[in-house]
Design a protein around this ligand. Structure first.
Ligand SMILES: *[C@@H]1O[C@H](CO)[C@@H](O)[C@H](O)[C@H]1NC(C)=O
Length: 231
């Protein structure tokens, strides 16, 4: 199901990166922007494993990034400098691969590209309502995430955890009930709630390792603007 979100704030063309001001700003880090790719970093980006031709890496496996934990937007920007973005888990096969990487390396949690569309540009979209069910998307590709409350089409299980802080199925926006901090970002947690490896909505300020994945738009852009570059 390839339904993309037409959201003005997520620019496809990098020339309009000014408009790509993210809405994930917090009180402590105001006015943050999406980073542009760095051609030299794109050319030498870590290629730890791949899925369907897209290279990926886990930050904890890259010596220079091994101890780095980042909030969700810093995670996107860390990846974007390498012409990558946070990993998107569009299919069960790809999700199983990432769950395996998490399990085999005993990673406690990672950020994914998943985010809820609740910012400027997401209004007047009946197709995204209710947001907790239909409002989630992969920011790396702007592709919608299927309904959160049932097994996605083409899958044999629901990747969202059936439990969490409130002992209710995810997403549950639990931190909002505690202190009005919304859980707007999608993390894969490794058995944090005795629930195996599963998707959870989490407040975006939490700092976690990330898995980066090749981003076609950024690679195309850097290839087009750096003749002869080997990516
Ligand atoms: C909200 O609660 C969480 C969990 O107890 C805590 O980690 C976080 O710092 C709190 N945030 C604010 C803004 O108080």
């Amino acid at each position: 199901m390839k339904v993309t979100l037409a959201i003005a704030t997520f620019c496809v063309v990098l020339a309009c990166s000014h408009a790509a001001r993210t809405t994930t700003t917090t009180a402590t880090k105001p006015g943050r922007f999406l980073s542009l790719p760095v051609p030299a970093k794109c050319a030498s980006r870590p290629k730890e494993f791949s899925y369907r031709g897209k290279n990926m890496f886990l930050t904890t496996h890259v010596p220079a990034l091994a101890n780095k934990k980042v909030d969700w937007l810093d995670g996107r920007n860390l990846c974007r400098e390498y012409c990558m973005d946070l990993v998107a888990l569009e299919t069960q096969e790809k999700n199983n691969l990432i769950f395996r990487v998490i399990q085999q390396n005993d990673v406690p949690y990672i950020w994914t590209a998943g985010r809820i569309c609740d910012f400027a540009g997401c209004e007047n979209r009946p197709d995204l309502e209710p947001k907790t069910v239909y409002g989630w998307f992969w920011s790396a590709t702007r592709e919608k995430i299927q309904a959160t409350n049932r097994i996605p089409q083409g899958w044999g299980y629901n990747p969202w955890s059936q439990t969490g802080h409130k002992k209710r199925p995810q997403p549950d926006n639990a931190e909002y009930d505690i202190n009005q901090t919304k859980e707007q970002c999608l993390s894969v947690l490794n058995n944090v709630y005795n629930d195996g490896i599963a998707w959870h909505d989490v407040a975006c300020y939490h700092e976690k390792p990330v898995i980066c994945e090749d981003n076609e738009e950024l690679l195309r852009y850097v290839a087009a603007t750096n003749p002869g570059i080997r990516l």
